[in-house]
Design a protein around this ligand. Structure first.
Ligand code: HEC
Ligand code: HEC
Length: 408
């Protein structure tokens, strides 16, 4: 395996909410290559030079920071077995792609003394806080390069794109024991869009195949493959679709970044596979899977083939690039993409009908009384909230600022 754009795709989207979008100042044209196999034009949307420059920075940072640590501390189990992933392999160019595709989990396990004796020993030597600071420092160097990357590639933020309605299909769970069976879910963009003002404008249909993700008998969540699109009739205009994102039960799956760099022209009324042969998208779902689990897709941008956006630009609040001075409960429970942490990350398990941990975070009195516990659990890597793993440092800080300000 070598480093390439699809591996890079695994990490670029996570920190996007923290980043303002500007052009990177390069005036050179976009690189356009023709994909002979599918006879479609694939625009990579990179300003010339950015991609290579940034890829070199990623490789260098990995080789000089994360890799020396991982290839030492994790070598017993992550160079072949019994752990998964070769990210501790002595050669950084082999370890690198394994690292990128597990970036979040590696950062979490690296501070988790329960994961392996080697980590426990190191933490005993250094101290938990020091180890967390060490990893946090590496992570922020990585994020800095991500920022540069996003400035170079023109990727709109999650929530800004065209989002389909939620759909579910009981066939996905029904075929759980048969890994060869994938269940497609299809959305006609004329009707199946969340934003009603965008309906009847985009004459195309999109689908993705889904199955239950099962490894060694354990159910992890859902897997995705073969996102495909077609125009609804031969006379409909060709469309350029960029960046596909997945939502499960209305939650943006920031870890599924397999299709982050997708960029295709769709000009036929038979399905075009938008990501042929690319890695499966895996969404880890910590709760029991149910037939009513819903799926929806977001296409970050849809334009006609000449590049003119055919949908009205959705109204979006630009993401703040710096932390606010104060945070209120009302903000935490709002739909705000950045500040609405309780709403976005907690309320589906902690509400009046689903009392995870016995409390309702949508009740302001209850939430304020729980402020200290909330603060601790959102920073406890061994016992994280949400259960799927620690949130981004930005979201954790939003909660800290609320607690520091007296949890008002
Ligand atoms: C003593 C063996 C051992 C050591 C040392 C070890 N791990 Fe693991 N690791 C495992 C095993 C076994 C698994 C698979 C089961 C699991 O997920 O817990 C695993 C899984 C993982 C995964 C999930 C892999 C995936 O494909 O999703 C990550 C990430 C990880 N380890 C990170 C680390 C890091 C980082 C270190 C070093 C700082 C480390 N591990 C050291 C045994 C080890
Ligand atoms: C997928 C469901 C789920 C999500 C999402 C989730 N929680 Fe929880 N939470 C639980 C469950 C179940 C428990 C009880 C088991 C436990 O403590 O781990 C719990 C327990 C807790 C507790 C401990 C309660 C106590 O009395 O000790 C706190 C605090 C908490 N959650 C806060 C949060 C916050 C804050 C978020 C969002 C950032 C969040 N949770 C997201 C399911 C969830």
């Amino acid at each position: 395996m070598k480093w390439n754009v699809s591996f890079l795709a695994a990490i670029i989207l996570t920190p996007i909410l923290l980043i303002g979008f500007q052009n990177c100042g390069f005036n050179s044209p976009e690189i356009n290559i023709t994909d002979q196999a599918s006879t479609s034009t694939q625009s990579l949307s990179f300003k010339e030079g950015c991609e290579t420059k940034i890829m070199a920075k990623y490789q260098n940072l990995f080789a000089t920071t994360y890799h020396p640590f991982l290839s030492d501390t994790c070598k017993r189990c992550h160079t072949s077995g019994p752990g998964s992933g070769l990210f501790a392999f002595p050669d950084p160019s082999i370890a690198g792609p394994h690292f990128i595709s597990r970036f979040e989990k590696i950062n979490q396990n690296a501070v988790n003394s329960r994961h392996a004796n080697e980590i426990a020993d190191l933490i005993k030597q250094r101290g938990q806080i020091q180890q967390e600071a060490f990893i946090q420092n590496l992570r922020s160097q990585w994020t800095t390069i991500n920022t540069e990357y996003v400035k170079c590639a023109d990727v709109p933020a999650p929530g800004e794109g065209v989002i389909t309605i939620e759909k579910s299909n009981p066939a996905i769970l029904a075929s759980m024991n048969n890994p060869a069976t994938w269940t497609p879910i299809e959305w006609n963009l004329m009707t199946d869009l969340k934003d009603t003002t965008l309906r009847n404008k985009i004459s195309a249909t999109i689908q993705i195949e889904i199955r239950v993700a099962r490894y060694n008998g354990t159910i992890w969540g859902y897997e995705f493959r073969n996102p495909s699109a077609k125009i609804n009739m031969p006379s409909a205009p060709p469309l350029n679709l960029k960046t596909l994102r997945l939502y499960i039960n209305k939650q943006y799956q920031s870890n599924v970044t397999t299709y982050a760099l997708l960029d295709k022209i769709v000009s036929s009324d038979t399905y075009l596979n938008l990501a042929p042969g690319s890695a499966l998208g895996l969404a880890v779902i910590p709760t029991t899977l149910v037939n009513t689990d819903t799926f929806s897709l977001e296409i970050a941008s849809i334009s006609d083939a000449t590049g003119v956006s055919i949908e009205p630009t959705p109204v979006v609040v630009p993401p703040p690039s710096t932390l606010p001075a104060t945070v209120t409960y009302d903000q935490l429970i709002s739909n705000d993409l950045n500040l609405g942490v309780f709403k976005n990350a907690c309320s589906r398990c902690h509400n009046a009908t689903s009392l995870g941990g016995g409390f309702d975070i949508t009740n302001p009195l209850v939430a304020k009384a729980m402020a200290q516990k909330i603060f601790l659990r959102t920073r406890d890597a061994d016992n994280p909230m949400p259960q799927s793993g620690l949130m981004t440092p930005f979201s954790q800080d939003i909660i800290r600022i609320w607690v520091d300000g007296g949890a008002k």
